[in-house]
Design a binder for this molecule. Structure first.
Ligand SMILES: NC(=O)c1ccc[n+]([C@@H]2O[C@H](COP(=O)([O-])OP(=O)(O)OC[C@H]3O[C@@H](n4cnc5c(N)ncnc54)[C@H](OP(=O)(O)O)[C@@H]3O)[C@@H](O)[C@H]2O)c1
Length: 198
């Protein structure tokens, strides 16, 4: 399989490794670093990415920023940027990749525990993760050519120690387990599913 992995951070690097270990061809993408680059908030850069890569079998999306801020301090910009990045960014990945992805191809998007469990300062993330999950469930019924889509919804990662104080009582998940959830979503005949790691 040829798999585009968007995001080369904690989750993206682990996903890249998990697919490479299975012998798949991985095309890692992020905003910075070596080519290919793309910014999910920029439609034209996504169009250019998929056109340049050509045919591929799957897209694993491991990127998207959300603001963690108490509700009363959250600004218009923080709301708009978070929706534009993690929600519309991933939605636009699917929309722009659609003409190029192979028949029976597969998308795996990133959501997160905050669509179902709630923390102080997490309202924007909860709303954005719910948007991602809603999109996945809805679009799964109208994707053409046998194309599938699922969302990965991890709790806070063991490796993301800086976030741990904001998630009291949450049992972290190892990033390697999250990476295997992407493998599960992309390599099995499931669609419209939210794979929960929490
Ligand atoms: N870490 C956790 O505990 C956790 C738990 C549940 C869910 N999540 C979700 O998982 C996703 C990834 O988290 P992470 O911890 O792996 O993040 P991370 O380590 O900060 O890495 C983020 C990666 O995404 C890329 N990226 C960010 N915005 C992008 C954009 N607009 N277009 C293209 N690439 C972009 C970055 O590229 P550049 O470096 O080149 O900018 C970077 O490679 C996030 O959506 C997060 O909400 C994380």
């Amino acid at each position: 399989m040829r798999i585009i992995v968007i995001g080369r951070g904690t989750i993206g690097s682990a996903v890249e490794k998990a697919f490479a270990e299975r012998g798949e061809e991985v095309i890692p993408v992020s905003r910075s670093g070596r080519n290919p680059r793309a910014d999910m908030t920029d439609l034209e850069s996504l169009k250019a990415l998929f056109k340049a890569v050509g045919r591929f079998d799957a897209v694993a999306c491991c990127a998207g920023e959300v603001a963690f801020v108490p509700l009363e301090r959250a600004t218009e910009e923080q709301w708009a940027d978070s929706i534009a990045s993690k929600a519309m960014g991933q939605i636009n990945v699917v929309r722009t990749a659609l003409p190029y992805i192979a028949d029976n191809g597969s998308f795996a998007l990133i959501a997160g525990v905050l669509s179902r469990q709630y923390i102080a300062g997490g309202t924007i993330a909860s709303v954005v993760n719910s948007m991602v999950e809603g999109f996945v469930k809805a679009v799964a019924v109208e994707l053409p050519r046998g194309i599938r889509i699922n969302a990965i919804s991890p709790t806070v990662l063991t490796e993301s120690v800086a976030y741990h104080p904001f998630f009291p009582g949450f049992i972290p998940v190892a990033v390697a387990d999250v990476a295997q959830a992407y493998v599960r979503a992309i390599c099995n005949p499931m669609t419209g599913r939210i794979i929960k790691l929490h």
